[in-house]
Design a protein around this ligand. Structure first.
Ligand code: SF4
Length: 205
């Protein structure tokens, strides 16, 4: 289970159930996600010592998304000067067991005990879970004092997540498991605008 799935169960158990049972997804505007993926790929290459092929990475983006990509990548380059990233690993996959389930995450950058998460959008409530899960994964994989930095590439804002107690993630995992065991998946109406299942959910707001 990932931080994103934990957050989905918290926001709307029905949405998670649709996802888990493979319900048909509606067509969505993926332009922002595609742009975000291209930015992440460019940064991964740059951190790995390669020159990103911007032409290939942005080939499918429209003009608006190309401008967004350019803005984000330039902001990354400006911020990168202030980050040592001596032992940085990009797109690092970590996992661990929590209450009998496998918790996993793919972290944008891990440098020692520091995790950096590049954001091409605005801050969101779900980042709380993301930070807590990343800290937990880092601790379980040997980090002593993990810290998570969110860097917003539209604005250049850097935000350090608070330190979550060791029992925080096991508690939210247990809550999620309790929902799944109950086999009751209420539709809460939270996040409907971005819900891929709004076309089959009668409670959509
Ligand atoms: S449309 Fe809204 S209420 Fe229905 S599953 Fe999606 S998020 Fe939940």
């Amino acid at each position: 289970m990932s931080a994103s799935q934990l957050n989905t169960i918290r926001e709307c158990p029905r949405r998670w159930w649709y996802y888990a049972t493979g319900a048909e997804e509606r067509e969505m505007d993926n332009r922002y996600a595609d742009c975000g993926s291209a930015v992440h790929e460019a940064i991964e290459k740059h951190i790995g010592g390669e020159h990103p092929d911007h032409g290939a990475l942005t080939a499918d983006l429209d003009d608006e998304m190309y401008d967004r990509y350019k803005r984000c990548y330039e902001k990354y380059l400006a911020i990168r000067c202030f980050l040592s990233l001596d032992h940085a690993e990009a797109e690092k996959e970590l996992d661990c067991q929590v209450n009998g389930i496998r918790l996993m995450g793919r972290l944008d950058v891990v440098d020692g005990d520091t995790v950096i998460d590049w954001k091409t959008g605005k801050p969101s409530e779900g980042e709380r879970y993301q930070a807590a899960v990343y800290q937990h994964l880092m601790r379980e994989n040997g980090a002593v004092a993990p810290r998570v930095l969110f860097i917003y590439l539209q604005t250049g804002e850097v935000s350090a997540a608070p330190e979550y107690p060791v029992e925080y993630v096991p508690t939210i995992v247990e809550k999620a498991l309790a929902t799944i065991r109950s086999e009751e998946y209420p539709a809460t109406g939270v996040g409907c605008h971005w819900c891929r299942y709004a076309h089959i959910c009668g409670v959509s707001r």
